[in-house]
Design a protein around this ligand. Structure first.
Ligand SMILES: *[C@@H]1O[C@H](CO)[C@@H](O)[C@H](O)[C@H]1NC(C)=O
Ligand SMILES: *[C@@H]1O[C@H](CO)[C@@H](O)[C@H](O)[C@H]1NC(C)=O
Length: 293
């Protein structure tokens, strides 16, 4: 059966139109007759190091398209369909996806990180994939002096983390879990790999807008690393570092606006005046940046 799936996935990419059409037809039938078996077979294909890269890639792509669509009505149907699948089946699929993050094959890692992001988008708001964050964090953390090869894995995990962060209120309410997440994210802003540093600052931006009221203990550290990034780092990283402060600024304007207005006493988030405190240091930092361009 598994070999059959591989062949069908390869045929679906054949240059011969009739071979391709027949393969697409079999895939469609398999999906209609046994959705769980179909998705399991695809995730197994994606995870298997013995399979050709082309069949793994297509397996991941089909999985991704089985979870999300541009058109709202279809998207809703796909989400409901995933949620109604057997828990054991989903657990097995998710294990395959996470396992593939560590694959030596770039295409497999890259594809799986996209599928993980889709599953996370569906499950995290439903509090259904509690071990995801821990598993991404340990991937981002392992070996701070990475060999070349594992950088892609960390980048994939950091990006998946970015997608997941706004859904993990429970972890941010727990001091130890929050400290750990922030430690990993802050450390990643110092990665030797520019794309990882950028993705890590993107995570900080996401944290600043989702968890403003929780970040006071980390502000000194974040100020230090963002000042360094603005001063010395490559532009995409420096811009994300500035974006962090811009996002804090937006939060504080919102909070102060709420307090100032007559109708919006529903905001329970206090203003920590981070911007006011950081201003003496922020202004020179931003002026220097302006002068650079
Ligand atoms: C995040 O919270 C969930 C649910 O409480 C928990 O199962 C998981 O271990 C936490 N992850 C981390 C990294 O602390
Ligand atoms: C931030 O940088 C300043 C000046 O370089 C240093 O004195 C301070 O210890 C750093 N703080 C943290 C929390 O790293």
């Amino acid at each position: 059966m598994a070999n059959e799936v591989t062949q069908v996935l390869l045929n679906a990419q054949s240059v011969d139109g009739s071979v391709r059409k027949q393969a697409e037809e079999s895939l469609k039938q398999f999906q209609e007759q046994n959705l769980a078996g179909f998705l399991l077979a695809l995730s197994g294909e994606l995870a298997s190091e013995e399979k050709p890269v082309d069949s793994r890639k297509l397996a991941g792509l089909i999985l991704k398209n089985a979870l999300d669509a541009k058109e709202q009505h279809r998207k809703f149907k796909l989400v409901q369909r995933w949620l109604s699948l057997d828990v054991g089946v989903k657990t097995q699929i998710k294990a395959c996806l996470l396992q593939t993050l560590a694959s030596p094959v770039y295409e497999a890692r890259s594809t799986t990180s996209q599928v993980i992001a889709k599953v996370a988008g569906i499950e995290l708001p439903q509090k259904q994939w509690p071990e995801l964050i821990g598993s991404l964090l340990s991937t981002v953390v392992q070996g701070m002096n990475p060999s070349e090869g594992s950088n892609d894995v960390k980048l994939a995990a950091t990006r998946a983390l970015y997608n997941a962060l706004s859904f993990v209120q429970a972890n941010f309410s727990n001091d130890m879990e929050r400290d750990y997440i922030m430690k990993v994210v802050c450390e990643s802003t110092l990665s030797p790999e520019v794309k990882i540093r950028q993705a890590a600052f993107e995570c900080l931006v996401s944290v600043s807008s989702s968890y403003y009221e929780k970040i006071a203990p980390y502000m000194q550290d974040i100020f230090n690393i963002s000042a360094k990034a603005v001063k010395e780092d490559e532009e995409p990283v420096a811009l994300q570092a500035i974006e962090f402060w811009s996002s804090i600024c937006d939060e504080e304007i919102d909070i102060l606006g709420d307090y100032g207005g007559d109708f919006t006493a529903d905001s329970k988030v206090p203003c920590f005046y981070f911007i006011k405190q950081a201003l003496p240091a922020l202004v020179p930092m931003l002026l220097e940046t302006l002068l650079k361009h």
